[in-house]
Every structure is written in C-alpha cells, then in structure tokens.
Design a protein. Structure first.
Length: 430
C-alpha cells in the first residue's frame, strides 16, 4: 500500500470507532481481517495514524477546525508527522485509493497549525468534563501533564533478576536501542519512535521466551519496589491480574517467603500461570476467586498490595481510546470498587504490617481521597511518608514524582517519564 491508501484506511477505522463505539484494537483487528492484502508495515502505519489521532483528538479538532475523521487523519499526517501541504498533495494525487485532494480550508488549517485561543483542556487533550478534576490535581502544570499523556509511550521491560541481569538483557537487545530506565534499577527501555516507524516485537526475542525479562512500564516496576517486600515475608497481591507485580515481588524476595496472587476476576488471572513458569518464580501461590478462598490469610500478611481497579487515566499514552470513552458514571463505579477493594484487603494485614494502595490513575478522587478517607474510618492504619524515602531508594539525581504532602506520590509522564501511577503505603498499628 502507498501512503494515500493508508490514510484512507485510518479514516475508515476512525469512522467505524465513531459509529460502533468499541475498543480501537478490536476495530484495527477487524479491518486487518477484511483487508488481508495489507502487510505488516501497512498495518503498523495505519495503527500509528489512528492512535495518534486518539491521543490528540481535541487539539487536532481545534487546529483543523473539524471533527471529521478525514481531517483528523490528515491533521496528524501533516501537523504531527511533519508533512507539509505540497507533500500531502503529492501523496493524495499519486494513489487511486487515497482520500480526495485537500480543500482550501484544509490547506489553510495545516499552514496555520494554530491553537491560539484554545482553552486549556484542548491544549492538554483532556476531555472537557474531566478538566476541573485533572487541572485541580496538577495546578499550573496541568497543561504540561496533559500534553505528556498525549505522547507515544516507550516499551519498558523489567529484568527478571531470578534469571538475568540488566547488563545481560541490554547486551542482547542492544541492536534495538535498549537503554536503562532512569529510575528502576531493573528496567530497560526501548524509546518510542516517531511517525510511521515500527516498534520491535519484544515477545519474539529469545530473552523473553527464556524468562529474562517481562513487559512492564517503569512506573509499575517502581510501585513494586516501593512495596519493599523482603525475603521470607508473607505477601498478598490482592488484585494480581496478569501477575506483573506478582512476578516483580517474587524477584525482589529472591524466591523466598510466600506470595499469594489473587484477583476477583478469574479471567484476569488467566495468563499468570504461564508467566510464573517462564519466570522461574517458585514462591507464588495463585488463589482462584471463590467463597472463602482467602480466609486462612486474615490477619497474617506482612504486606498486602492493592493495585485497585481504576479509570486508567495514567496509561492514556498506551490506550488513548479509553480517554474519550471514559464517563462520569464509569469514574463513580471505579471509586466504589476501590473503596470495596481496600476495605476487604485491609483485613489480611497483620499488626505491624503494611497495606500498599496503588492505581494507574492520576485523579485525586481515585488516589489521595481514597487513602485519606480510609484512614479516617480505620484508626488502626496510618499513612507512611513514602515521599521522604524516594530519594534514599532511587537516588538524588532521579526524577521526582508529584507529591502534595510528601506522604503519597503520583508518577506521571511529565514528572518521571513513566505512565501515571499512584502509590501510598499504610502501616497497621502493632
């Protein structure tokens, strides 16, 4: 396919998303199934166009003065990928499958590339209804944080120290441009590529198959390290999902002690067994959701991690379609689920133990407000100042996360060059 045909395909997929209101990956998969002539390079460029439109939809609508899928795709191709009017005109005229030639209005919008007069929520590419909450959380840096959340994300890997070292993994992935992550001592990063460039398929690498590394954003790696799980302890990962943090905890504990991996949704646990085997983790016991599944753990755990269900606002770089599908009702549902999760999980913490609450959200309603509301209602728990130990743990030369009071932290793309991630540590009175 030529670029003209790829532009048409991206427009078709975005129209499908608008009409059928479904996840973008599903729409891309369906398009590929019905257009088998498209090669892997074609699908990569088409996917990049669609995802970049979704990352920056509000600012593109303003700059192109249009909400049509056609103008948003052409806007990305011009304003984000660096093709001027003459170059686009050549592309559109060289392919019978290309969109219609540029109109005078489109040429003018591309030439102007202006956000003059745009409200802050447009500049930040944040849904208008959510802007009051988002901006109050980041004050004067809200636009900067929004812009960072609208960029492409790198591929971050966590080295499995049960089987490999960071030096070994970086050497093996050197041809892919692997570099150390700036904060996590076990992280390796493949930087995001611009435009139509394709990111490597790291799951096909020998090191992945051998269990030397796992896909895990640096923020999630850091959150796992801040649990401070020690060899020989009893740890419950209460919302384990696919097991990313469970595996990180197993490595930190050097396969000593016991980790109980649990999730209320059996489907989320589906991949954990294969990942445990590949990683060589021997101190993980998976508990399937069932009545009484955790009764024997009540009051016995040294540490309980609650990576609570959330809106996912912190991972919008990777899932930009979720940004525009999020609703006020969905936010309220997540808040209720979080309250239930932290309340149930707290029963498993032994006196003198720790409850670690985390989300991949950047909204105070899901983060600080949840933690402080819980401690007000449960006087046997108090918040430990995690902000004070950040520098001691990761060094004074590392990026600093957001912290309103030095007790809780929020990592963000702008502050720590990671996904958005909130962490708070609560100690139970002995």
């Amino acid at each position: 396919m030529k670029d003209g045909g790829r532009l048409s395909a991206a427009i078709e997929i975005l129209d499908d998303l608008e009409n059928r209101r479904r996840p973008v990956q599903e729409a891309l998969k369906d398009w590929g199934a019905h257009h088998r002539f498209a090669g892997s390079g074609d699908r990569t460029e088409i996917g990049n166009l669609v995802f970049d439109v979704l990352r920056k939809r509000s600012s593109l609508v303003w700059r192109m003065d249009s909400e049509s899928a056609r103008d948003l795709v052409l806007g990305v191709y011009a304003l984000e990928w660096g093709h001027d009017v003459d170059a686009i005109s050549t592309v559109l005229s060289a392919d019978q499958h290309a969109p219609e030639p540029l109109s005078d209005n489109e040429k003018a919008a591309i030439a102007a590339n202006s956000l003059q007069g745009a409200p802050d929520w447009v500049k930040a590419d944040i849904p208008e209804w959510l802007w009051p909450s988002f901006s109050s959380n980041f004050d004067d840096e809200a636009v900067t944080e929004g812009i960072a959340l609208a960029q492409r994300a790198p591929i971050d890997l966590r080295v499995n120290t049960l089987k490999a070292t960071r030096e070994k993994v970086m050497k093996r992935l050197g041809s892919l441009g692997a570099v150390p992550t700036p904060i996590s001592p076990t992280g390796v990063r493949l930087r995001a590529k611009p435009g139509a460039a394709r990111m490597p398929h790291v799951q096909a690498e020998e090191g992945y198959r051998k269990g030397w590394f796992e896909l895990q954003d640096e923020a999630s790696q850091v959150a796992s390290l801040l649990v401070f799980a020690q060899a020989g302890e009893q740890v419950l990962d209460f919302c384990a999902g696919g097991g990313g943090k469970t595996l990180a905890l197993a490595a930190a504990m050097e396969n000593k002690g016991q980790i109980y991996a649990y999730d209320s949704d059996m489907l989320r646990l589906a991949s954990i067994h294969e990942r445990i085997a590949r990683a060589g983790a021997r101190n993980i016991q998976v508990r399937q959701p069932a009545e009484g599944a955790l009764d024997d753990l009540v009051g016995r755990m040294d540490r309980v991690l609650v990576d609570a269900p959330c809106t996912g606002t912190g991972v919008w770089r990777r899932r930009p379609d979720a940004k525009w599908r999020l609703s006020e009702d969905a936010l309220e549902d997540r808040i209720s689920e979080q309250e239930r999760a932290i309340g149930i999980a707290s029963a498993f913490v032994k006196p003198g133990g720790f409850l670690i609450y985390a989300t991949c959200s950047v909204l105070a309603e899901e983060n600080e407000e949840q933690v402080y509301r819980f401690t007000e209602a449960n006087e046997d728990f108090e918040i430990v100042s995690i902000g004070e130990v950040w520098q001691d743990t990761f060094g004074f030369d590392k990026p600093h996360p957001w912290s309103a009071d030095m007790y809780t932290i929020t990592m963000t793309p702008a502050s720590t060059d990671t996904d958005g991630f909130f962490v708070a540590v609560l100690a139970k009175n002995a």
